[in-house]
Design a protein around this ligand. Sequence first.
Ligand SMILES: Cc1cc2nc3c(=O)[nH]c(=O)nc-3n(C[C@H](O)[C@H](O)[C@H](O)COP(=O)(O)OP(=O)(O)OC[C@H]3O[C@@H](n4cnc5c(N)ncnc54)[C@H](O)[C@@H]3O)c2cc1C
Length: 262
Amino acid sequence: MYDFNYHRPASATDAAAARKAAADGVYLAGGMTLLPTLKQRLARNSDVVDLAAAGLAGIGRDGGTITIGAMSTHDSVATSSEVQSAIPALAALAGGIGDPQVRNRGTIGGSIANADPAADYPAAVLGLNATVHTDRRDIKAGDFFTGMFETALDDGELITKVTFPVPAAAAYAKFANLASRYAIVGVMAAKTGDGIRVAVTGAAGNAFRATAMEQALAGDFSAAALDGISVDADYNSDIHASAEYRRHLVGVMAKRAVGEIA
Ligand SMILES: Cc1cc2nc3c(=O)[nH]c(=O)nc-3n(C[C@H](O)[C@H](O)[C@H](O)COP(=O)(O)OP(=O)(O)OC[C@H]3O[C@@H](n4cnc5c(N)ncnc54)[C@H](O)[C@@H]3O)c2cc1C
């Protein structure tokens, strides 16, 4: 690890200011990704702005919307009674991330800012048509994930919270890497106020919507309606699964998710 200046601001405003004043600053959430990166000297930031005391944790429900603060841990989402009753699929998704250590340190803000292609939350953000709120603007789910580890966030832009409209029904099915629990393929299927949504993570460079499936499900919301639908994408191929296997898994996971709520 290289030397850096450490900041622990007491508000989101102060955090953004500290980040802006730094020559090459970086936000620290749970550190699950950032700290190994710094330890392995893959990054050399002049300043680390720790968000732990910035007041960004907390979960609440306001009518038809669940709001999750950026610093809310995966465990707090998984065990939130508000999330469990309003969007059980989201609570289950959070509870299936990594292991207890990761769930107690990792945060929703860190996860989506990092935009790992195998992360679970991107499927929820896209599939549930969430909005990502930052210190500068609101970003719609469909505009947020722009590539592998790439998002619409500008330099220094701070995620403050994520809002999820409560769907009529939703389910998440994941084929997990058994060592890390990251998604080899994960599919969120949802009946939302915005129509049927099917979002896929793990399969390609970034999460995407399976529009062919959404169209089929709009006419017949059943697992059988997905028979024969092969979703085109620029599939990842790695030591865990070939592109062809991931394509196959998208169909299997989508049917499982739809079958849960059909
Ligand atoms: C062993 C292991 C297993 C895992 N398994 C899974 C899994 O099964 N599924 C899954 O989805 N994930 C998994 N993860 C990822 C983990 O859940 C974390 O979400 C991820 O590592 C990000 O960690 P973090 O929240 O601690 O953020 P950090 O590591 O602190 O930060 C990550 C990046 O996000 C930026 N950032 C953080 N917060 C903000 C913010 N509010 N605004 C703007 N930028 C911000 C940081 O600057 C940094 O660039 C796993 C991680 C590990 C180490």
